[in-house]
Design a protein around this ligand. Structure first.
Ligand SMILES: Nc1ncnc2c1ncn2[C@@H]1O[C@H](COP(=O)(O)OP(=O)(O)O)[C@@H](O)[C@H]1O
Ligand SMILES: [Mg+2]
Length: 324
């Protein structure tokens, strides 16, 4: 009997993963609450959410730096503290810091030596990594002279020195200018091309949504949503109509027609489903004496999904108690 090819095993598994920190005076803070998650091979998986939502705590648990209060996680099929798993993991912390007098090449070699890599292999690997992160020509620039983007690239190279199959990154684009951000994002995409699995954390939802295959949205330690970015974002066949000076009656009418109204911006924005004929709507705007400011194809962002999801859970998420 022929055996069907085995289903791919998750690279990272979190089951009911919970972390409660003990604070002073007997207080406690649950930074992560019952997280269930699977990261599959060769995907770029983003854990996103605002500051304090439990992203770094999740990474620390996966790296075996802290212990869960409840639940468990596995990384590459191993317990996070197992040495076997560690061999194939790369980690880039938030804002990596290196000895300021070392240059980029020396930093990579230093990390390779820590991994016990033989000299010849390390030399070859360093060349490959310098080229991968676009630092070959700038290998002799010492860390104290490097821009934040250059430090980040060297940080990524250092995290990759042992040729890991899973790379975890904490806030990889934080503090970078638009060009630096673009370059790091391209590098992350390149890692996936090379068959790596990337698990990244970011509070910059809009920045990472374009490169992540799947995201988990965290809020105060709770998982709000998880899924493919295109499934989480609303369909793009809605149209965004921005109106100025619309009457309350007109907006109420719009709602009745199934139009969502975003009042967060300066002018109300109507999110119009394809079922509403645009021509009729524009005529109605004119009749109301309102101004048509702009008509765009509606593009939802993870940020708006996040805000809607938080609004949907409403008061129920505050039962966990206050942070900070
Ligand atoms: N070692 C710690 N002791 C006490 N509280 C902590 C500790 N580390 C993190 N926290 C708290 O846990 C919550 C989640 O933190 P963190 O995981 O760093 O969030 P994020 O990375 O999403 O910004 C925050 O409220 C933070 O203040
Ligand atoms: Mg963090």
């Amino acid at each position: 009997m022929s055996t069907a090819s085995a289903a791919p095993q998750p690279v990272v598994t979190c089951v009911g993963l919970t972390k409660t920190y003990r604070l002073a005076l007997g207080h406690e803070l649950t930074a992560l609450s019952g997280l269930n998650l699977e990261v599959m091979p060769r995907e770029i998986f983003g854990i996103v959410g605002p500051n304090g939502s439990g992203k770094t705590t999740t990474l620390k648990l996966l790296l075996g730096l802290i212990f869960p209060t409840a639940g468990y996680c596995t990384v590459l099929g191993h317990h996070p503290r197992s040495p076997q798993g560690k061999e194939s993991i790369g980690f880039m912390p938030e804002g990596p810091f290196f000895y300021q007098h070392l240059n980029g090449q020396e930093v990579i070699e230093f990390f390779g030596q820590l991994c016990g890599m033989p000299k010849a292999l390390l030399r070859e690997r360093t060349e490959t990594l310098l080229s991968l992160v676009g630092m070959s020509a700038r290998r002799r620039v010492v860390m104290s002279q490097c821009s934040k983007g250059m430090v980040q690239r060297i940080g990524l190279a250092a995290a990759m020195v042992n040729d890991p199959s899973l790379i975890m990154m904490d806030e990889p684009t934080s503090g970078l200018d638009p060009i630096g951000t673009r370059e790091i994002k391209d590098l992350i995409l390149e890692l996936r091309e090379q068959g790596k699995t990337v698990l990244l954390c970011s509070h910059l939802l809009e920045q990472v949504q374009e490169i992540c295959d799947r995201v988990a949205i965290l809020h105060r330690g709770e998982l709000l949503r998880v899924g493919r970015v295109e499934d989480i974002l609303a369909p793009v066949d809605d149209t965004e109509v921005v109106v100025g000076g619309a009457s309350a009656e007109f907006l109420a009418q719009c709602k009745e027609m199934g139009i969502r109204i975003d009042t967060a911006k300066r002018d109300p924005t109507l999110v119009v489903p394809p079922s509403v004929p645009l021509f009729d709507l524009i005529q109605a705007i004119q009749k109301d004496g309102a101004r048509l400011v702009a008509v765009n194809r509606f593009r939802e962002t993870l940020e708006t999904v996040f805000l809607r999801s938080v609004a949907a859970v409403g008061q129920t998420d505050s039962v966990r108690g206050e942070h900070d």
